[in-house]
Design a protein around this ligand. Structure first.
Ligand code: MN
Length: 252
């Protein structure tokens, strides 16, 4: 089995190291990841600048490709240029910080997995809840156990899954839940500061909004300390509104 490992936290990020190690004996692992942190770049790609690629020693006797680009660039380059054969799996992560609710749409980690799915390659995005002591290796073992199970399931079409692991310092997760993406995002707030020249600048702060009582989503399941699995798609069409909009009889 050929596996492409990528991320949005950068090729030297501890989450990627943990994921790469956890998948090492599952097949041939190729690492193609951004040279710099690319969190929250979403599905951006590089179109007006050159993309330089660096062969890098990642430790453990492993070489990888550091890409001066976005997570989606990494997957495109890996699939079309850098890997001799298409991978059987794109694994993106482990991201530091859960990717839940509408934050999924900002996530470079998820975008890399979606990019794999564009090419018909099964893909998972994996993230670990941020905390004071992040257990990357423990979370990577959980993701590996899920991947072992997922790869042998029947897939009518290539899978695209978003996996989130709760903070493990509070004990083992309560289980695995397959849940839909919440519509909640960040409770956004801005801190306004002054720079040394007296000019105003802003810094986004805030935390994950809590799910409304009764709704079971990735946000609520993570709050209950479950590992969450959410199948994703990339058709943004609001199919439920198609008829309404057609009936508006728009014309020129
Ligand atoms: Mn990130």
């Amino acid at each position: 089995m050929r596996i492409l490992v990528t991320n949005d936290d950068g090729i030297m990020a501890p989450g990627l190291v943990a994921l790469r190690r956890a998948l090492a004996d599952l097949g041939d692992v190729t690492v193609v990841a951004p040279t710099t942190a690319q969190s929250a770049v979403g599905h951006g790609i590089t179109v007006t600048d050159p993309i330089r690629v660096h062969r890098m020693d990642l430790g453990d006797g492993v070489m990888g490709y550091g890409v001066e680009g976005r997570p989606a660039d990494c997957v495109k380059l890996a699939l079309l240029e850098l890997m001799p054969d298409r991978p059987d799996l794109v694994a993106s992560g482990l991201n530091l910080g859960a990717n839940l609710g509408i934050n999924v749409l900002y996530s470079g980690t998820v975008a890399a997995a979606v990019e794999g799915a564009f090419y018909g390659v099964p893909a998972v995005a994996a993230s670990i809840e941020d905390s004071d002591s992040v257990d990357y290796a423990g979370a990577a073992r959980i993701v590996r156990r899920l991947i072992d199970q997922l790869m042998v399931k029947p897939h009518g079409r290539p899978m695209l899954l978003n996996i989130n692991v709760p903070d493990l310092s509070q004990g083992p997760p309560r289980g695995v839940k397959v849940v839909p993406q919440s519509m909640k995002g960040f409770r956004e707030a801005w801190e306004r500061r002054s720079d040394p020249r007296g000019r105003t600048y802003y810094w986004m702060i805030g935390d994950q909004e809590i799910e409304d009582a009764g709704l079971e989503t990735d946000v609520s399941a993570m709050a209950e300390r479950y590992v969450t699995v959410t199948p994703l798609g990339f058709d943004l069409t609001d199919h439920g509104r198609m008829d309404d909009v057609r009936q508006w009889n728009l014309g020129l």
